[in-house]
Write a protein that binds this ligand. Sequence first.
Ligand SMILES: Cc1ncc(C[n+]2csc(CCOP(=O)(O)OP(=O)(O)O)c2C)c(N)n1
Ligand SMILES: [Mg+2]
Length: 325
Amino acid sequence: MTLELSLQLLHQMMRIRSVEETIAERYAEGKMRCPTHLSVGQEGVAAAVGLALRPTDLAVSGHRAHAHYLAKGGNLPRMIAEIYGKATGCARGKGGSMHLVDEEAGFMGSTAIVGGTVPVGVGLAFAAKLRGTGQVSCVFLGDAVAETGVFFESVNFAVLKKLPVLFICENNLYSVYSPLRVRQPEGRRIHEMVAAMGLPAEHGDGNDARSVHASVRRGLEAIRAGQGPRFYEFDTYRWREHCGPLYDNDLGYRTEAEFLQWKAREPIGALRLALLAEKTATTGDFAQMQSDIDREVAAAFDFAERSPYPAAEEAFTHEYAKAAG
Ligand SMILES: Cc1ncc(C[n+]2csc(CCOP(=O)(O)OP(=O)(O)O)c2C)c(N)n1
Ligand SMILES: [Mg+2]
């Protein structure tokens, strides 16, 4: 990977983290009135996949979608405005954190129904194939999605029709408070199960953003060459509570020790250390990046705060996905 790409990757991860840490910090002000599922700790996969995709490609996601939306090029001020329920939000203030959409950026939607956007993403790929647009449709999913019926139907159809779908599974070990061991048979590996459905399925370390990028780029080449869908499972870890701005290791469903183990290998720190060891970047470069990001994030929150709420008569109109005027 070139230095320029490594720095872009680092910048995107730091940007996503800053956005989410700011949401967490300001959540108690009571102005963001929707549930928020933060992906702090998981930035490596989103940032790497976002950089590997083209702006014209498409993507869908689920309830934990901030990182995917931003990595795909979604508009940041409009995302924050959406979380504030404002008319300038990317879904006109009617969707909140779990219903992000930015058609201009190819981010075609996220919903709260676990697995709900998987067939949508596959359908987008079907349309792209029929129309010959050359687009790839990226479906972001969590480990629990691999337990839904619609997932199997969708993957089956994508394989059968050789559709240009990039399935990205972020395995963070949990579905709310349930660890994998109470949800899936012992010894199952999600990517192995998926491979048995007839598509190449790989597994990788989600904390190593550069390797995520390299594998996904290879997969995208194959997809664009008409070889059909590809599936990737990346190991990662959510730091904060399932839903909300706090930490919840005290609840007892996972241990502080497990969290600290993952935190020690987190994707931003790992890439920074690698760049320092290669002597290709300095701590001064990181500080400069951070101050640029801080300015961008502050401006996005100001935009949200200054924006109006939707008018009452807009409550039952259906143009959710259209950019707000
Ligand atoms: C069909 C459906 N079942 C259950 C839920 C409740 N629910 C919301 S998030 C979630 C966990 C999903 O876990 P995963 O897909 O691994 O994503 P993560 O939260 O770990 O990012 C569940 C079960 C839901 N929203 N939709
Ligand atoms: Mg999960």
